[in-house]
Every structure is written in structure tokens, then in C-alpha cells.
Design a protein around this ligand. Sequence first.
Ligand code: ZN
Ligand code: ZN
Ligand code: FE
Length: 762
Amino acid sequence: MIGEGRQTGRARWRLEVRGAVQGVGFRPFVYRLATELGLAGWVNNSPSGATIEIEGDRRLLDDFLIRLRGERPPACVLTRMDSTPLSPLGESSFAVRSSDEDGPKSAAILPDLATCADCLREIFDPTDRRYRYPFTNCTNCGPRYSILESLPYDRARTTMKGFIQCAACRAEYENPADRRFHAQPNACPRCGPHLQWWDSEGGVHAEGDDALHRAAAALRDGRIVAAKGLGGFHLMVDARDEGAVMRLRRRKRREAKPFGLMAPDFSVVQSCCHVSDAEERLLRSSAAPLVLLRRRSDALVAASVAPGNPYLASMLPSTPMHHLLLAELGFPIVATSGNCSDEPICIDEGEARARLAGIADGFLVHNRPIVRPVDDSLVRIVCGEVMVLRRARGYAPFSLAVVEPLPSLLALGAHQKNTIAVASGSQIVVGQHIGDLDTLLAREVFVRAADDLTRMYELTPQAVVCDLHPDYYSTRHAEKMNLPVVRVQHHRAHVRACMVEHGLTGAVLGAAWDGTGYGGDGTIWGGEFLRVEGDRCERVGHLRAFPLPGGERAIREPRRAAVGLLYEMLGDALFERRELAPLNDFSESERLILRGMLRASVNAPRTTSAGRLFDAVSSLLDLRHYTDLEGQAAMDLEFAVLEDQEESIYPFHLDASGVFDWEPMVATILDEIERGESVGVLAGRFHATMAEIIVAQARRVGESVVVLAGGCFQNARLLTATVERLRAAEYKVYWPRRIPPNDGGISLGQIAAAAALIRRRE
Ligand code: ZN
Ligand code: ZN
Ligand code: FE
């Protein structure tokens, strides 16, 4: 302002900085900046971020503030900065102090970061003291969340506490001008963790670099290697070797679920997949996730890596160990989570030897303990934006600042693709992907993770939040916790999760399209339209219900969903239509049983699930009648759609109460099947119709903002078509991006919904 020129003279300020500032080289950066400007004072990590006291000439202090924001390290995120004036103390130097342990624990915990370019150069430089050292890291890269035991983030509170730094490492760690200044996991071959190579019985056969060479040799021979990485074990095998990949599938008891691919470098990814610029940025990002990429027809990758799937989930090495191993090999490998079928990944070498016995031919292990399992994250680009499908290594924990203050809450998530979230004050933190809670091991990991998150943030929950479904393991655990329980309907949580992610507070129409969720009214929900405004949420529409003969079994057998759908439409006459693919897939005696079930409405719960409608149509088009993972039938349907086909839509009916009647659509599909129309064309029209239903519903409800949530929107074809059609009709549309649209987002939505419920009660 004119006349109000910058003040001069000496001053001292105290700055409370919040955000992701620990473990990202923030303190050394502050030290260098203050020293360069000739300012005095100190910086330390606090439980909620960092504290700076800075003293000197006012003009220089202003410069300090501007540059603090503008020049901060790349991984550092400043969410808030509060400043208080203090009396100058006349200090002349600037210091980095040790951590301050009092106060509420709310510092953003940093995810694990992939090896940076500087560290990468060192491990391949024969003159460097870290040449070929698999645990090289610095303040810009390396393990964080996977080695963190408690806050604040200091070496003594990580699993590096057992490794005493040598003189050379200590000198780096203590030198504010060094890239490794206060790099908590700092290590070198003299003082840090080491590799070992074990045979399948656990006998130690090699150490250090020899161990790495033994692992490489085994992989070249087509053998299966269990390798302890950053957040757990991978099972690895030569991705070009069909026999080896099939052997891994058999031993791991995993029939069809696609395996992830790890490539030595970007050019190898490009030789296997089509990669856009945005996808390349994701691959090379510090999160280094698995990126879902369209497979090239000439890719030299075994078909059984991702059977029947036009995509390959691919990633680049994210630790020095993986860089060294892959550089040794020069070819892509399968790198899938180190577990048997649906169990959680192993994190401990002793445990791995027991659990992966019979799967792995050898073990590449190390002695840096892992605190919690952190799987590989899975992301894709849809509608030009990043969508996180599994939030784990590099992305977890996820911290979100909200405007309205939250009660202290612990949300235990869903049963499938479980995640846990905690909230207090203005912060929500979602932990890493845990997985399905069907096995004892997964349940143990889940219970530990719930304790872990509450302990880490020193949270005393006012209430525990869970799903309405009484049989979810997470619900049963919530009931045992001696806390008030808040139950949140599954699809409400889906919509709320997307709203809180995008900071939406006004009225929205939410389309929650999903597999199956407990509705609370005796039917299974999953094709819901919810109108949400402030603390209120009402169901304003849904798919017409149809029976699922066999109940839960219908999830594994899309043909059951198809028979249920057709029975709802045709009644008993269905059983005369032998030409229909789903019916034809059952034996005569099975058909009799089905007919009995449907007639008497026994073991045939009714559902409004969009996911089951996709399954039913997939079976109707003879694409898939059985699945071993949920969503597989819908994926086949998505992949069947031809590129660039005209998108006419099927007739459908939307009544005044918002019920979408699919009967006119299915009747037309039956006619077209009879006429011999191609599956690709039918699949394309079906997707376009489903998208148009959401537009029609939006018109009927009259809200200008539409939120898309639930597992169905992992389908890129459905999401793209819906977003395009809604935008063309001038609606604002939001979908989950940083939090998965699937049940991985439920815990976040539970927090938001429970907070709304509690606000309403008060
Ligand atoms: Zn580095
Ligand atoms: Zn050292
Ligand atoms: Fe769901």
C-alpha cells in the first residue's frame, strides 16, 4: 500500500508450520535459507509439523517468508502457517533443534518415496561409497511410513534405530548443507541394512551383493523369487516366461487376477505398453505406483500375466534394491504381492519363509524391519485425470484438511478393500490399503492397523464408525470396542467420501453404483441415487430391484444375476428360453432348483445393484458366467466395447419416484442378440445407456452438481461416458480421484457421514 512502506528494524517471529514437512528436508532447507539471509533463531519438528523462531531485520524476515513458501523442497506441503511476534533475543546464529515431543500429534506423515535421481547416480557410480548399496536414500527419497513407529519422525522412532550410523554417515546427517542432513533412514554399506539370499528352506546362501546376484540368476532361470522390498514381500518371476508365470499362478492359487509388472526402465515399459505423457509422469513420480496401461499387441510379456485383459499394470523400480536387481536382469518381471491368494502381504522374513514356502524357490531378504504392510499402489488415468484405485506405497497415509471441525472418530471401513481412517480437529487421515477381511491374517493386520493409526495420532475416539452391514468383520470389530458405534449405510459413505475429497458442501445428486451393499431395508443396494445437502442425505432413486438366486453365490456367478434379472422380467416363461446363454450354462437339475428358489422367493434376495446388472448383461452376452474376482464380468463387458463406435442408447424408463426400469433396455438387448448384433456394439450401447440414466436422473432431481461414486466407476468406459454426457448437459460432475471409487474410500466417507450425523444430533 502507498505510504505504508516495509517496516525496518529488528523483530522475532514464531512460525507454526503444518503440513507434510517432516522427512522431506524441510529443516535443512529452513536452515540454509535463514543462514543465507543472515537470520538467527531455530527450527525443529513438532508433533503437528514444524516450529520456526526467526529473528533479524524485518525486510529480511519478509524475504524469508516469501522464499519459505516459494522455494520449499518438492515433497514438502505447507497446509497452514500461524505466526506470533516475539521480543527479539539478540541471537546471531541459526540452529536446527531436536524434536519437540509435546502437543497434539497431527503432523502429516509422509509416504514412502521412490529413489531420487541423485541417489540413483550414486548406486551406479563405482567411485561412490554407496556403489551398489541397496538401501541408499536421502531427504528427497527413501522409506518413511513403512519404517515409522511413532511421531514425530526421527530416526529413534523408526526401524532404523537399531543401525548406528558410521562416522561418514553421521557427518552427512549432521551437516546442514548435506543432502542427507537429518535423513532419518540414512545408511551406507558400512553401517546400514544388508541383503541375504535364502533357499526355499530358509538356509542362508549369500550375503550383500552376492545375494542380489543369486536372486537375479534364479529369476533368469525362470524360478520364483520372494523379495523383501519396502513395504513387504513381492513374488517375482520372469514376465516373458509363460511356464514360469503359470507356475506362480498355480502355487499362489490365483487364477485370473492380473499380476503387476516391474520394468527395469521406462523404455522397457514403452516396449510393453502404450504410455501417454501423463502416464509417464505417474510412472516416474516419487510414488512410483503401478499404472494401468494399455498393453501393446507386440509386447514380449506372457499372456498369463494378465489373462484376457487389454491392460498391464506396470511400474518402475522404487528402491535401490529393485533398481539394482532389474538393471542386472534387463527384462520385465512379474512383481506381485507376496502372499497366498487373498491374504495380506508378508513383511517379515521369518513369516515369509513359513507363509511363502511352497511358492518361492528362493528368498531375497534384508534386515531392515518393516512396521506395517504397504502394498504397491495402483493408479490409472481416466478422463484425463489420475484415479487412485489402491492407495498404498507412495500415497499412504492420505491426509485431508477439512473446514468444519470434526469430532475424534475412528472409521473401520468396509469388508472388501478395507482401509481405516481417523479424524480429529480439521484433519482426516486414511491409512493404507489393507485388503479383504476374509482371512484370519487379514483380520490381524486390520486390528493392528486400527490400533496403529489411533496410537500414532494419539487419538481418543469419541465414537467408532462402521458399515450398516452386520456381518462385515469391520462392523463386528467396531461392536467389540466399548465405544459408541455410529453405523453408516455403505452407499451414503461412498457419496460422502467423494464429496469430502472435493470439498463439496452444497446440495449434490450422488450416484452410488457398486457391487452389493447392505441397504437396511431388506434389499441389497448398489444402484442408488442419493441427494445430499449439508447434514441430510435421502435416497431419491435406484435401479428396479431383481432377485439374486443363491444370494452371495451370485457375486461369483454372473449367470445367476442374469437369471434373476430375466426372471423378474419374464417370470416362469424364462425357463422356456433355452437359447439364452446364462440359462444354457446351468444343468437341467440346477435350472429346476433355480426355478424353485425364484418362485418361492427363497434364498433369492432382491437387489438394486448396478454392479450385478453389469454382471447380468455380461452373462447375457455370453462373455462370462463365472468369476473369481468381483468386477471381472463387468470388466469383460467394458473391454468388449469397440473403440469409436456410434453410441446410440437403449430405451429405458425412469418413473416419478426415481426408479430406473431396465426392462425396456434388456428386452431390446434380447432382440438384438436374437438378430445377431455383435457383442461389441451391444456392450457399447449398454454403457452409453447406463450413462444416460444418470443424466436423466439428474434432470429429474434438479441438482446441478452430480457426484459419481462406487466400484462401478472404476470402469473407464462408464465413467468417461457419464462425465461426457453430464458435462454436455451442463452439469458439474465430480468423481473419486485421490481416494478409490471402490470400497477403499468407505472409511473416509464413514468419517464424513458420521460427522454429519453427530452435527445433526447436536
Ligand atoms: Zn535420494
Ligand atoms: Zn554409514
Ligand atoms: Fe462399495
